[in-house]
Design a protein around this ligand. Structure first.
Ligand code: SF4
Length: 71
């Protein structure tokens, strides 16, 4: 779990165009897990550190990740 002082954000995942590159899993493993069966990422939890989530969203080549802060 992140420290309470870290700003949290919500993540949404739309896998329609996912290329299975696993960048999201590497950049924010607190939130994104890897499903070996489907070879797609999944949300382990809907909330995580905003900075890591924004990094994952920026690196995703297909814009699959939406980050909602300030909920
Ligand atoms: S970074 Fe984007 S394209 Fe890559 S595995 Fe994650 S959701 Fe899929």
């Amino acid at each position: 779990m992140p420290a309470p002082s870290l700003p949290l954000a919500e993540a949404n995942l739309d896998l329609e165009h996912c290329t299975s590159c696993q960048a999201c899993v590497e950049l924010c493993p607190e939130v994104f897990g890897w499903d070996e069966t489907t070879e797609l990422p999944y949300l382990k939890t809907s909330q995580g550190p905003e900075e890591d989530l924004r990094k994952a969203a920026a690196y995703c080549p297909k814009d699959c990740i939406q980050v909602n802060a300030g909920f």
